[in-house]
Structures are given as structure tokens and as C-alpha cells.
Design a binder for this molecule. Sequence first.
Ligand code: HEM
Length: 172
Amino acid sequence: MAAGSVAGMIITLLKAIHIMALLLWTAGLLSLPLMLARHEEGEHQFRYARIRKFTHYSYTRLVTPAAVIAIAAGTPLIFLRGMFVPWLFAKLALVAMLVALHAFVGHIVLKMGEEAGEQQPPPAWPMMTGLCVLILGILILVLLKPPLDVQQLPDLLRAPVGRQLPLEEVPN
Ligand code: HEM
């Protein structure tokens, strides 16, 4: 089999894994704030335990592994497709924010289950809005692949400015 067609097959396979995993990741991330919001003040132990198990297992067994798989399949695609283009770096900046929101959702899941005292989840809509904006932004970038102009970026991001690190020298 020609090397080109093997590379093509690997790209197709990685893209399929990437898309399946990110569907699970984003759907799970959108569902978790809604599930968490179902906790009520003074709720019965049975109901609390059910929501707690659901959110904990979804986060640890489904949503986080899906995020790791989506990123693990997406990263080699950058090199196999030679995609060193501005829209991809903009997409990665949005993905970094999505990962930060993912960690925040995990923090709420943990807080609801393992912190002492009465806990109330934050309202779902700010998290849902942030997630929707980021996911939509990523999809627009990856599907439209807009020709972003790096010349528009501030000099600080385009050329070395010759400053020192704002840290003490690392000891040897
Ligand atoms: C670190 C995380 C990620 C990396 C490194 C990454 C990288 C990539 C690369 C290199 C491609 C191939 C682009 C092409 O062949 O045209 C791709 C495709 C794609 N990515 Fe990602 N991606 C990441 C996360 C995400 C996320 C979070 C989403 C959506 C929420 C997403 C949505 C897509 C879609 C829909 C495609 C298919 C685009 C097409 O075939 O036209 N990616 N990704």
C-alpha cells in the first residue's frame, strides 16, 4: 500500500476519533451544570446521592476521558495535516479556555460531594453560556478556517521584545 494512502487512512481515523470524543466531551460538559443545578436545599439523602453519583461518574468516567481522547487525537492531526496556520492557534486558545471551564465544572462536582457543610451549586446559565460561546467559536474557526491576518496582532505577540523573565534566575 502506498505511504500516502496509509497517511490518509490514519488522518481519517484520527479525525473520526477526534470528532466522536469531542461530541461526548462537549455534550457532557453542557449536561453537567444542568445536572448539578438539580441539587436542592435540604434535599432527601437518596436524591442527593443519586445526583452526586451521576455527576461524579459522568465527570470522571466519561467527560474527562473524552476530553483527553479528543486532545490526544487532535494533536497528531496538527502535524499530519501540517496545520501551522493562525486560525488553528486561535482555536487552541479557545480550547485552552474550554479546558479551564472543564476544570471549573470538576471543581463544582467535587465541592458538592466532598466539602463539609451545606453546599449550593452556582446557577447553570453562566457556565452554559461560556461553554456555548467557546464551542461555537471553536466550530466556526475549524469549519470556516478564516484567513486570519497575524500582522494585526500587537508587536508583543509577533517578535521577541528582548526583556528578561519576571523571575529570579533558576538555581543550578
Ligand atoms: C487540543 C485540542 C484540539 C486540537 C489539537 C485539535 C486539532 C484539530 C486538527 C489539527 C484538526 C484537523 C483540521 C483539518 O483537517 O482541517 C481538527 C479537526 C476538527 N476539530 Fe479539533 N482540535 C482540538 C479540539 C477541538 C474541539 C474542542 C472541537 C470542538 C468543540 C474541535 C472540533 C473539530 C472539528 C469539528 C474538526 C473537523 C474539521 C474538518 O474536518 O473540517 N476540535 N482538530
